[in-house]
Design a protein around this ligand. Sequence first.
Ligand code: ZN
Length: 107
Amino acid sequence: MDLESAKAALLSKQQELMSRVERTHKHIYEKDEPVSAKFSEQATQMENAELVLALDEEGRMELNQIQHALARIENGNYFDCITCGKPIGEKRLEAIPFAEKCINCAD
Ligand SMILES: [Zn+2]
């Protein structure tokens, strides 16, 4: 895992999340969209909107983490745990490119 592939992985994940957040926003805020027949019950519509909001929040949190990771690449401390300063580990960063703590500190 070198910095270039880490950066590429982060940027493609960032792209994916940004388009997801955008779609989610459209879903929530464009009220003139025809309501799907599947969600004819008003209660079901409410639940659906809450689910979409939760996804939006999650997407935003992930985007934040990705931005932090990209900043750490720029600062040259991408591989270091932000808590203990030890290496996060290549395997862990390959699995979670925006991990900012080592496995011991993450819990
Ligand atoms: Zn640590």
